[in-house]
Structures are given as C-alpha cells and as structure tokens.
Design a protein around this ligand. Sequence first.
Ligand SMILES: *[C@@H]1O[C@H](CO)[C@@H](O)[C@H](O)[C@H]1NC(C)=O
Ligand SMILES: *[C@@H]1O[C@H](CO)[C@@H](O)[C@H](O)[C@H]1NC(C)=O
Ligand SMILES: *[C@@H]1O[C@H](CO)[C@@H](O)[C@H](O)[C@H]1NC(C)=O
Ligand SMILES: *[C@@H]1O[C@H](CO)[C@@H](O)[C@H](O)[C@H]1NC(C)=O
Length: 460
Amino acid sequence: MLRSILPLGVALLGATSVLAVDPPSCSLDKKCPKEAPCCSQYNQCGVGAFCLGGCDPRMSFSLDSCMPAPVCKDKTYKMDSLDRYRDISEYLGDSSKVDWVGQGEPLLYNGNTLLTMPPKSVGTVLATTTYMWYGSVKAKIKTSRGAGVVTAFILFSDVKDEIDYEWVGVDLNTAQTNYYFQGITDYTQTGNLTVKDTYNTFHDYEIQWTPDEIKWLIDGKVGRVKKRADTWNATANQWNFPQTPSRVQISIWPGGLETNAKGTVDWAGGPIDWKGEEIQKYGYYFATFGEIKVECWKTDKAPGTSKGISYYYNDISALNNTVVDSNKGTILKSFLGTGTDVNKGDTTQSGSASSTSAVHAIPGGGVAPGGVVPGAGNNQNQGNNNNNGGSGGGSGGSGSTGNNNCGTSNFAQECNPGGGGDGAQGSTNGNTNNSARGADRTLGSSALAVIIGIAGLLLL
Ligand SMILES: *[C@@H]1O[C@H](CO)[C@@H](O)[C@H](O)[C@H]1NC(C)=O
Ligand SMILES: *[C@@H]1O[C@H](CO)[C@@H](O)[C@H](O)[C@H]1NC(C)=O
Ligand SMILES: *[C@@H]1O[C@H](CO)[C@@H](O)[C@H](O)[C@H]1NC(C)=O
Ligand SMILES: *[C@@H]1O[C@H](CO)[C@@H](O)[C@H](O)[C@H]1NC(C)=O
C-alpha cells in the first residue's frame, strides 16, 4: 500500500522563514484547523501544496478547503523528457502546463524516465496532475531489484481509494495487485500475477477500471478481475470498491528501511542494503518507466464523466455519487492559498508572501535539497536532466557530487544532523531518532506514508 509525495519542499513562505513547528496532524476524527485547513496525503495540515493533489476533503477544515482536482484527459506520456515534470514545491495547480508532479530524483536515461533511490533516501514518487474517474492506464515498466526495494504503479484518490501494482525487489517474477477503499487497511485482497524477469524486461502493466470492475492486465492478458458486486460491506451499507477520481502514481520506495514496521520490512524482502550491487554500480536503486497511456472512461452521465474542468466532493461520504464534475478552477496564486482563499499571496500584493506565520505550505516542510544525486558522478550515462529545481530554495543542484550540506538544506534521510562527514554514507542516527519522533503522528496505515511523515520531520 502506497502513499506518495516525498519530503522536502521549499520554504516558499519566504526564504527566511524556517518553520519550527511540526504541522498539525489530521484524521477523520480530527480535521485540520482553520489557519492550516488542508489535510495532505500524509495526514498533515497546511496551505498551498497541501491543498493540491492528495488533499483529503474528509479530513480538511471544510469540504472546500482542498482545491478542485483537474479532470481526466486522454493522454500518452512518453516519459522521454522531464520538461513537463515539476517538483511539488514548484506547482500551483495548472495541469495544462505540467503533466507530473513529484518529489525525489527522476532522471532521464535512454529515452525513459528512471525513478531513483540514492542511499538513505526515501526514493522518488511522481503523480499525474490530472485525475482519472474510471478509465484505463497502461505503463511500460522495468522494476527495481534488491531486498527491501519496492516499485509501484498505482491509482490513488484524494479520499484514499487505491488500485495497485507493486513489486518487491526480491521477487522479479511476481507482480502483486491490490485495491483499497478509502484507505481501509485490508491486506487480504492481494493477488499475485506471474511475470517474467520484471527487472530486465519491459512489460506492459494495465489497469482497466469501470464502475463495476477492476481488471489487471500484463502484456495485454487479463491476470485478475475484481467485481464491485463482490465488495459489498453490509456493516457500512456500501461498496468497498475504489470509485473516486484518482491520480496515476509511480514510485520507488524503501519498504525495507530499518525503521519500518517489521511486517513491512518482511513483506519488502528484508532490510535494504545501501551498499548493494545497484548502489555500487549506479549509485542508486532505480525503476524504469517507458510510455504511460491514460484513457478516460467515456460516459455521458455520472459516475465517471469528465466534461468539466475539475472534480470536487459535495459530501463527506466521498462515494461516487458525491463527486461533482465541475467548472471550478484548479490553480492557486501562491503557496499561501487554499480552496477557500485561492488568491491569497497574489504577488501583486508584494510582501505578503514573506508571512512569518508557522503554516506549512509544502508537505514535508523544510527546504529543498542541494546536489543529492550520489550517482550523478559515478555513471556518465545516467545524465542527470533533473533541472527543474530552478532557483527556489537552492533546489536542483543537479549533477554535483559531494554536496552533503546537512541541516535544513538537505534531502530526507540522507542527512545526518550533527553528524557531519559524508551524508550519503552517514550514520543512521537520524533515522532512528526520527522513527521515535514520528511514531505518534503517523496516522496513515501505509508504510510509505510513515516514511514520508518521518522524513518530513527531519527537515524541520
Ligand atoms: C505474493 O508474492 C509475494 C512475493 O513473492 C509473497 O511474499 C506473497 O506471499 C504472495 N502472496 C500470495 C497471496 O500468494
Ligand atoms: C465495513 O465497514 C465498516 C464500517 O465502516 C468498517 O469498520 C469495516 O472495516 C468494513 N469492512 C471491511 C472488510 O472493510
Ligand atoms: C456508483 O455508481 C453506480 C452507477 O450509478 C452505482 O450503481 C453504484 O452503486 C455506485 N457505487 C459504486 C461503489 O460504484
Ligand atoms: C533525538 O531527538 C531528540 C529531540 O527530539 C534529541 O534530544 C536527541 O538528541 C536526538 N537523538 C539523536 C540520536 O539524534
């Protein structure tokens, strides 16, 4: 089970404001406060990016705190360029200009996109900027390999409906499939599909999703079908079936992190070896993504239409009859904005963006990384084309090796606060400590969410 968006983020509240407080957490029973109304995918409250992709209206201050979600567009993503990729710290909701948002280190290699996981990092995750409300998505993928290394290709909605493919790096002949309804943990629904050599061979993995069934296909062959009719929950009087607009998310993440729950580490094939073969050869673990094709569900009446500009929810039950296909805008003026205050921080009001309020604007908090691609110098072929960092907060120092600044300018768990020395090979004290700090505020059930929440705190 997977949650995305890696920690990092730029202090776009103004270069000077280093946020000293942890963001408030949120859950179904504990909605976000008015001043930080948006509940992110990682169950933390904030404004700005917290109100975009992944914002859960059920846990936010009000149903309209989250920004509406851009509707489905038929699209083939070639994955041979990062021109239309942005770090979440650089995206305000204009899906006409940006196809993918994410965090971590995507790279181009041989006309494909590599999602990488350098030593001690939490990997890389990308999500589409548009949502699918039913439809089909097909991706050409070569998975990562190695104990504890997980590759994922999923559909994930803002209310945590989820349809998955996941691969663990110790079994290169199995694709695990699963689905979840509103994030309710139920690991009994896993289904394994046999597939040959997922690391060396590109296969086409496809999800076909309608209001009545989910089909998982590999290389055009149906491997599994789940019918809505078989998902009735008599207690709740509803279908435990994914039914809400979802982003396509692709990722590589460290299931085998020592600080993860034992069940997660075991599932992922054991602890990650940060000095393993892939690290030695390439400088990082990686998964390779070729063309990804999205086809929207074609229907004239709800559920599943995509005639408007955006989707929003009109009821907290978040079932398919509560999704509105609307003409509401999706773009914030600044990272101070929210669904109910879209224009906040408009740059025409100069100075407003340097607010010192301790409200978080990018999930994960903290500031952007310096050069954090340990592999960039090791293998010339892996040309690092991740130039999207731009100037914001010092991010995107592409290709520089040996930049191991710690403190607030480093990425995720690679940093060893107080440790000094070589960040990439640094001690794991940071991790251990974070595990303890994070434990009481990880409300989500998913392993990656836990990692993200923890890593985010490290930066604060
Ligand atoms: C699916 O495959 C994984 C990885 O090989 C294995 O650990 C798991 O037990 C399998 N699950 C089922 C239900 O067969
Ligand atoms: C059915 O719904 C109830 C009430 O919402 C929930 O507690 C339970 O976990 C659901 N059952 C399953 C199998 O998901
Ligand atoms: C969604 O919509 C369909 C068609 O309107 C309806 O039959 C179904 O009960 C709704 N719920 C789910 C889970 O699909
Ligand atoms: C862990 O964090 C606490 C405070 O959060 C700090 O006092 C302690 O020194 C940290 N330990 C390590 C090993 O970094």
